[in-house]
Design a protein around this ligand. Structure first.
Ligand code: GCU
Length: 449
């Protein structure tokens, strides 16, 4: 399943309009360009020695990633979200407002990169409205395009692809869950699954959904960093050490989609959630951490670079993220932590990214280790969720209320951070009903706004 997904990611990254030149290139030449840009970033950072290589994702390889829990916790310190950089404790919600900015600055500088100040404006256009059925539900499908003003650098054009689906007989604005997703060619069907699809499950509630296509505005590889929204802002030049990476760019697209929702009378912009899987699970968490208008998050198998504690020696490692196949998700500065620095030197870790979502509800999802594998590190995400708890409590919300990782398929959703390890593979599929129940607690509480 994981491999199918990766193949789909690669195929659809290439099928995205505007990336025709990449479509004509073969994978080898893209990898070569990725490596060249990666090398250039290492030079800019003054890294002369080769980076430490990451472990292999194949459990049969001699250098397979660790999957032995007794060897996972090699770290000795974890940054405390409730202590200011100068060592003073954070004791009030007002303190947290200030501390949050310190944490954001560290994530900006060292990990995800900064949002540039001069990002051009986006004009949203509805290009098609179609009334049809999704399963048995009458829906209205809007195809929407966010056209980015490229007058500063006309060589690069950028368009954000968004599809918004709401019940046809919707009584006023409805909650919407936005997925970071794929732009499948007409007629393409995902493999059949039992029971109603996630889309039907949302429509059953009278809610809608939206699909935002990240690769429509920022490619998913390093060779694409001089194009897309990052390339447009940089006028086709390479990135600076604290420039944004694809995750932050994808999250920016989600913020722009929020601007659109504010203009769409079928969408209740106060009840919009975000969902994504894997690299898009990471993107969903980054989007929620930085965009206060997103009301709830469903973070699927986000692993390293998402909700998993980076200091844990289990599954995917910082060294994998910093290599030429994945560094583009982050600011160039992040490469330093695969040499000369180590993950222990990171001034932040994943629990603080979850904490930036507080007090808003977040549902953290992962599959079964025996089906999905250990690369994603479900326990690492559980531990991060635990360590985000004190921030939720400071803001008058509830943490998970447990400390030990429960057995698979236990739904930990008593608090405002929820966690569930389902029995399937690399998908959010089996957790949708649980996420929807969780979201109902918030979305159905007060329909008056
Ligand atoms: C790779 C990568 C992960 C990522 C995943 C995906 O496995 O190492 O970090 O989440 O791809 O997006 O499918």
């Amino acid at each position: 399943m994981k491999h199918t997904l990766l193949i789909l990611i690669i195929v659809f990254a290439f099928l995205t309009p505007g990336k025709a030149q990449f479509f004509r290139m073969n994978r080898d030449s893209i990898n070569q360009l990725n490596r060249q840009d990666h090398q250039l970033m290492m030079q800019k950072l003054g890294i002369k020695e080769p980076l430490r290589p990451g472990p292999s994702g194949n459990p049969n390889d001699a250098n397979a990633a660790n999957s032995d829990e007794s060897k996972a916790n090699t770290y000795t310190t974890l940054p405390d979200p409730l202590v200011f950089n100068n060592g003073t404790p954070v004791t009030t919600p007002e303190d947290w407002d200030k501390r949050k900015e310190e944490i954001r600055e560290l994530f900006d500088r060292e990990m995800y990169g900064r949002l540039p100040e001069n990002i051009p404006s986006v004009t949203w256009k509805i290009v098609q409205v179609k009334d049809t059925l999704e399963g048995k539900y009458p829906v209205s499908i809007k195809t929407v395009k966010g056209i980015v003003d490229n007058s500063s650098y006309p060589n690069i054009s950028v368009t954000i692809d968004l599809t918004v689906v709401t019940p046809s007989q919707g009584k006023g604005p409805v909650p919407v869950i936005m997925e970071f997703g794929w732009n499948f060619p007409a007629g393409f069907r995902m493999p059949a699954q039992d029971g109603p699809s996630w889309k039907e499950q949302l429509l059953e509630q009278g809610w809608g959904y939206a699909i935002l296509v990240p690769t429509s505005f920022q490619a998913d590889f390093g060779a694409g960093l001089r194009e897309g929204i990052i390339g447009l802002v940089n006028k086709g030049e390479p990135r600076k050490p604290d420039d944004w990476g694809s995750l932050r760019a994808w999250a920016w697209g989600a913020s722009k989609a929020m601007d659109y929702f504010e203009t769409d009378n079928d969408v209740d912009e106060k009840r919009v959630g975000i969902e994504g899987l894997s690299r898009y699970g990471k993107a969903a968490l980054v989007a929620m951490a930085y965009e206060p208008r997103i009301a709830i998050g469903f973070i699927g198998s986000s692993g390293a670079g998402g909700a998993k504690i980076l200091r844990r020696t289990f599954g995917e490692q910082v060294e994998n993220l910093a290599a030429s196949g994945e560094y583009h998700w982050f600011a160039p500065n992040f490469i330093k932590y695969a040499g000369p620095l180590t993950p222990n030197d990171l001034p932040v870790d994943a629990h603080e990214l979850i904490a930036l979502c507080a007090p808003r509800p977040v549902f953290i999802s992962v599959g079964s280790p025996s089906v999905e594998g250990n690369w994603i590190d479900g326990k690492g995400m559980f531990v991060a969720a635990i360590h985000a708890g004190p921030v939720y409590k400071l803001l008058g919300k509830n943490d998970m209320g447990i400390e030990e990782m429960p057995p698979q398929e236990t739904n930990c959703s008593e608090g405002d951070i929820a966690f569930r390890q389902h029995g399937g593979g690399h998908t959010t599929g089996p957790n949708w009903p649980y996420f929807i129940e969780f979201a109902k607690r918030y979305f159905n509480k007060d329909k008056s706004h």
